[in-house]
Design a protein around this ligand. Structure first.
Ligand code: HEC
Length: 326
């Protein structure tokens, strides 16, 4: 397995770069925590915070969650953590990350309940649960008593997607504050809206919100680890946020309905009735704009997956969706 080795601030792969021997901490690689086909969740000292929770996602997206303020403190792309200080010392020391941290927002919790300018009175961390198949964590916390579930994924280079699950019963509107200094562009799921510069409103009717933050392009080279061809995992990392498996509607249709009869689509100027086939699935992934499922004309567009996934990975995803066929 290839390992990330830190040399200056560049993340390089030992197998690909011949002359990293100049890097003084080359042997430090023995203590790197390598992320394979499951997400890794590691409590450690990070960002000067002794209670940080670091998450390494398969594919090279990593972030730290601050359980005190219940926010994403930093994100980085590339290798995960160099655990040498923890493994060789008495512990409790700052753990170096294998990549360069990118800021995603302010030092405070970005959520506000009922009014965007009212600081939360209480923030309580309730822990996290992990998806059985992939280990991907969902963080659970309460802001002014409102239970919130949060997942963080990345569909694309320099992109961070925040997914929030909110209570269904009567609740106040929730506001999410973005930091215009840290993010270049923001895309929102249906019915979320801007109420002021940097202020997103999640109306009381919504139980789910997706906020996609595009960070300024990184100057660091990001060498991806060996790409995974596990279809279920690729689904969780790149599609689950918009397509559920249990019939719930998110930004796109649920894959539970993929094999249930036909759907009406708009192809070019024509309306057609199509049933799912391997070709249809492949085209939906590679050229999402070629056919649009009726009712989703104004939905958030699918990302161009060819920038992040190779041919074998697309094959693995197609197979995963074919295997859902009863
Ligand atoms: C940002 C949200 C988003 C993401 C991420 C996303 N999709 Fe989609 N997808 C949509 C929307 C919206 C539609 C419906 C509009 C259309 O047909 O293009 C759709 C449609 C589809 C369809 C057709 C579904 C049907 O019932 O006819 C397939 C298949 C599909 N997507 C596969 C994928 C796969 C595989 C991934 C992950 C690699 C993915 N999508 C990621 C938003 C997304």
């Amino acid at each position: 397995m290839l390992r990330g080795v830190r040399s200056g601030s560049l993340v390089m792969m030992t197998g690909l770069v011949a002359c990293v021997s100049l890097a003084t901490d080359l042997h430090g690689g023995d203590h790197d925590i390598v992320v394979g086909d499951r997400a890794v969740v590691q409590r450690c000292v990070l960002d000067g915070n002794a209670r940080s929770i670091a998450v390494g996602m398969p594919g090279g997206f990593c972030y730290s969650f601050d359980p005190v303020r219940c926010r994403v403190a930093s994100v980085w792309f590339g290798g995960f953590l160099d655990f040498r200080p923890e493994a060789t010392g008495r512990g409790g020391q700052q753990v170096p990350i294998l990549g360069s941290p990118r800021m995603v927002g302010t030092a405070e919790l970005p959520l506000r309940i009922a009014a965007p300018d009212r600081e939360p009175e209480s923030i309580r961390f309730d822990g996290y649960r992990r998806e059985r198949e992939t280990g991907i964590p969902t963080f659970l916390y309460r802001v002014d008593g409102m239970p919130i579930e949060q997942r963080v994924v990345s569909f694309d280079v320099d992109q961070v997607t925040i997914e929030l699950q909110l209570p269904g019963e009567e609740r106040s509107p929730v506001y999410y504050l973005t930091d215009p200094e840290a993010v270049e562009r923001v895309e929102l799921s249906d019915r979320l809206r801007w109420t002021a510069a940097g202020v997103i409103e999640i109306p009381a009717s919504e139980r789910w919100a997706q906020i996609r933050l595009q960070l300024p392009p990184s100057t660091e080279t990001f060498v991806r680890p060996e790409p995974s061809t596990n279809g279920r995992l690729l689904y969780a990392l790149h599609c689950m946020s918009c397509h559920t498996l249990d019939g719930k509607k998110r930004i796109g249709p649920s894959f539970a309905d993929l094999w249930k009869g036909s759907r009406t689509v708009v192809r070019g100027q024509q309306v057609a009735e199509v049933t799912a086939t391997e070709e249809y699935i492949r085209e939906s992934i590679l050229q999402p704009q070629a056919t649009i499922v009726q009712g989703y004309e104004n939905a958030n567009r699918m990302v161009d997956i060819r920038k992040t996934l190779n041919e074998k990975q697309v094959d693995a995803l197609v197979k995963f969706l074919m295997d859902l066929k009863p």
